[in-house]
Design a protein around this ligand. Structure first.
Ligand code: HEC
Ligand code: HEC
Ligand code: HEC
Ligand code: HEC
Length: 259
């Protein structure tokens, strides 16, 4: 049985009223969500934190957290990936993406599980062995950025707003004034003051102020996803991808791209 089958089996049980697995629903938080590692039975094994069902412990710890220079590691307990990443490139992209700074902020924290190089259950003093893309009997989600390859993924790690010298120049609402397409300035992407469809969050709320890019706001994995399953707007009944606007009608894409 793969993960999706397990989840749907669980939601049938939940519907039957015996187990409240409410967290699989969008916006209901970590417990029971896809980021509740206690549901992957084989994870952790003899690890006491797993046995106590400590959902936060796979990513955070109250004491003795990992620190490294000025890196953003919010009481972080999970070994961080050491891979370097190849960014997306294309003939039409305006954004400048520097591989040495692109993973600043939350992105590298996501990659500490999602690139498949560090085991999901490696946290605090426990060295796990269950990796994304390698333990398919536990996980059905493929790795993102495996072997450092983010060249076929939506770009991240670049300065977002026109005001800061970035690419997003379109108005917060409505249509852009038609002008000539200037290098580095895309008239067809909303500025950071625009709101995500169906939400009061602005794009600026979900950008990372990057020290290594002169204190300017950059796009990260967390500009599209909410790891804690709280601020996301996925449609109920659709797969919960932890998205800040719904995938229905491509509302997420249309929050930024004027297309
Ligand atoms: C799967 C990993 C993961 C789990 C599990 C997790 N977090 Fe987080 N947490 C993160 C990441 C990544 C960030 C960085 C912020 C971001 O992504 O926007 C973060 C940031 C935070 C922050 C900093 C402020 C913020 O919201 O950005 C707090 C507080 C926090 N988490 C609390 C918790 C608590 C409490 C739990 C358990 C109920 C928990 N987290 C479970 C990954 C996790
Ligand atoms: C501690 C490890 C860990 C960290 C850190 C982590 N994840 Fe995950 N994530 C997982 C696992 C495990 C799954 C479930 C995989 C499966 O069952 O197929 C998952 C699933 C997902 C999914 C898929 C949801 C679905 O329904 O298929 C998304 C999207 C996601 N994570 C995004 C993120 C983002 C963005 C971050 C950083 C802000 C992050 N994750 C941090 C371990 C992690
Ligand atoms: C531009 C928005 C955007 C950004 C940035 C983004 N994602 Fe996603 N992600 C999505 C959407 C939308 C989906 C839902 C799947 C789909 O529509 O194909 C998704 C799906 C996923 C999944 C589910 C499995 C899969 O491959 O479909 C994972 C895991 C994931 N994202 C992790 C990440 C991580 C880690 C980052 C940062 C490196 C990231 N995402 C950056 C929009 C984004
Ligand atoms: C938070 C805002 C935001 C969201 C959400 C978003 N994008 Fe983007 N996207 C951008 C920015 C900014 C760029 C960089 C454009 C540039 O530099 O020319 C970009 C780049 C792209 C590119 C590459 C353009 C090129 O010239 O190669 C494509 C294609 C794209 N996005 C499609 C999507 C799709 C499809 C979705 C929804 C799944 C989506 N985007 C969601 C902001 C966003």
């Amino acid at each position: 049985m793969n993960k999706k089958t397990v989840l749907s089996a669980l939601s049938i049980v939940a519907l039957a009223g015996t187990v409240a697995f409410a967290g699989t629903a969008p916006r209901s938080g970590i417990p029971g969500s896809i980021h509740d590692m206690t549901q992957y039975g084989a994870l952790g094994g003899s690890d006491p934190e797993a046995q106590q069902g400590r959902v936060c412990a796979y990513c955070h710890t109250p004491h003795h957290a990992i620190t490294e220079g000025n890196d953003y590691l919010p009481l972080w307990s999970h070994t961080v990936t050491t891979q370097t990443f190849t960014p997306y490139a294309s003939a039409t992209i305006d954004a400048n993406i520097d591989p040495t700074t692109m993973m600043e902020g939350p992105s590298k924290l996501c990659m500490s599980c999602h690139d498949g190089s560090v085991a999901v259950d490696t946290h605090y003093a426990f060295n796990g062995g269950k990796k994304l893309q390698q333990d398919d009997n536990l996980f059905s989600t493929p790795a993102v950025g495996q072997n450092g390859n983010l060249s076929n993924d939506h770009p991240i790690g670049f300065i977002y707003d026109d005001a800061d010298g970035g690419v997003a120049k379109g108005p917060a609402t409505g249509d852009p004034t038609l002008g000539s397409h200037t290098d580095g300035k895309d008239e067809w992407i909303r500025t950071k003051s625009a709101k995500y469809a169906g939400s009061n969050l602005t794009i600026a709320d979900r950008l990372w102020v990057s020290a290594s890019q002169g204190g300017k706001p950059i796009m990260t994995c967390a500009t599209c996803h909410d790891v804690h399953n709280k601020k996301n707007q996925d449609a109920v009944g659709a797969t919960n991808y932890l998205l800040l606007a719904s995938n229905t009608g491509s509302a997420l894409c249309l929050s930024c791209h004027i297309k």
